[in-house]
Design a protein around this ligand. Sequence first.
Ligand SMILES: Cc1cc2nc3c(=O)[nH]c(=O)nc-3n(C[C@H](O)[C@H](O)[C@H](O)COP(=O)(O)OP(=O)(O)OC[C@H]3O[C@@H](n4cnc5c(N)ncnc54)[C@H](O)[C@@H]3O)c2cc1C
Length: 405
Amino acid sequence: MKREDRKIYNLIYSYDSTVSSIPERKIPLQVIFPECEEDIVEIVKDSNKKGIPLYIRGSGSSVVGNSVPVEKGIIVSLEKMDKIKSLSRVGRLITVEAGITVEKANRYLKKYNLFIPGYPASYKFSSVGGNLASNSSGLLGIRYGILADYVKKLRIVTGSGELLEIGYNAQRSSIGDVLKGLFLGSFGKYGIIYEATLGLLPIEKKVYEYTYQFDTPDTVLRFINEIYGKGILPIKMEIIGNTISDLILNRNEYYMIIMTDKRLKGVKKVEIVNIRTQLSPILSSIRKHKFSIDLSIDLQYFNEFNELIEKKKDENIFIGYYGHIGDGLFHLNICFDKETDKVREVKNSIFDFVEKVNGVISGEHGYGYTKRTWAKKELAANIKYLRRIKGIFDPNNILNRGLDL
Ligand SMILES: Cc1cc2nc3c(=O)[nH]c(=O)nc-3n(C[C@H](O)[C@H](O)[C@H](O)COP(=O)(O)OP(=O)(O)OC[C@H]3O[C@@H](n4cnc5c(N)ncnc54)[C@H](O)[C@@H]3O)c2cc1C
C-alpha cells in the first residue's frame, strides 16, 4: 500500500458510525488486518512489549464511539477473518470467524432452512465479533433474544496474548458459562474474539404481520396483555410513539407492528406506510442535533415514560421514541438546535427516570464514549470489580485503552 493510501486508511478507521463528535478521537498509527489467530497473538504480544494500545474493530458500526481510538494506537480490524469454519446441520451448530456478518452466514444457512437468530438490525454489515462484544440485539429480540444467547463456544486472544477457549461444541453445558459471560458485552476490553460457535434455529415457514393503532399508552399495554393471555409470544413487536407519528403522519397516535406465527383474530388492523426503517434519518434532519438513547425498562412503567415525554417536550425540543416494545427497549431521540440548560435538564430527567425504575440507559448499543457520564453513575458500584477483571486479562491495559469507565 502506498504511503498516501495508508494515511487515508488511518483517517477513515479513526471513525465509526457515531454521529456526534468525539473530541478525543485520534488518528491511528496503523490499521492491521489479521488473517488467523497466530497473527492476533503476535500483534498483541508485540504491542504489550512496546506499550502501544490496540483498538479492536469489527465493522465499525458502533453508534456510540465504541470503536473510536482515543489514544495513539493501532487498529486491529477483524474484517478479513470472515470464514465459515464448520456446520453441524443436525446438531444445529455453526462455527464462524468473528469478522463474518450474520447476513453472510445466514445466506449460507438458508439452503438448510436454518438461521442464526438474535441479530441486530445492522446484521448486513456489522460483524459477529462486534455483535457479541456489544451484546447486540435487534427487532426479533422478543422471540429470539440476543445473539449472545446462542453462543456455545468462544475462541479468544486475551489482552496479554494468551489463547483462551471457552465453552463447547455442544448445545448445552452446565459448566464454563461464567467466563463466557465475561467476554460477551465486554466491548473488546478483555480479549479479542476471533471465532464463535453459535446455536441455530429452523426458519419459521409462515409468518403474519399486522399494524395496529392506539390512542393511549394504556390501550397499548392492555393489548399486549391480551396477546400474552392468548399464549402468543410475537416474533416482532415494534412501536412508533405518538410524537413521531404526529411529526410524520400528522396523527397523534401510537402504532404497533406485530409479526407472529399465528393469525391474530378479533383485533382491528390498520394500514400505514412502512416508515420504521426511515425514522432515524428523518429525526436527524428535523433539528441540528439529535441525542439518542437506547434505554430499556420494565414495561409496567410505560405510562410514566410517556407522561415524562409529554411534560418535557416543547417547541424547541422534540422528544420522540420508537423501538422494541416487546422487550421494553426504546430508541428515544431528543432533537434540538442548541444545547441549552433546558436540553441538559431534559436529558438528565430521562436518565433519572431510568435510574428510578431500575432500567438501563443502553439496552443495545452500549454506553460507548457518548454516555460515559451517566454510565459511570449507573455502574458506580461495579466499576472496581470490572477494573480488577480487566487487570486479569489485560494487565498492561493494551486493549481499547481510554474507552473503559
Ligand atoms: C444503521 C445501524 C443500525 C444498527 N442497528 C442496531 C441494532 O438493531 N441493534 C444493536 O444492538 N446495534 C445496532 N447498531 C449498532 C452496531 O451495529 C452494533 O453495536 C454492532 O454489534 C457493532 O458491530 P461491529 O462489528 O460494527 O463492531 P464495531 O463497531 O467495530 O465494535 C463495537 C465494539 O465491539 C468491539 N469488538 C468488535 N469486534 C470485536 C472482536 N472480534 N472481539 C472483541 N471485541 C470486538 C470493539 O472494540 C467495540 O468496543 C446499528 C448501527 C447502525 C449504523
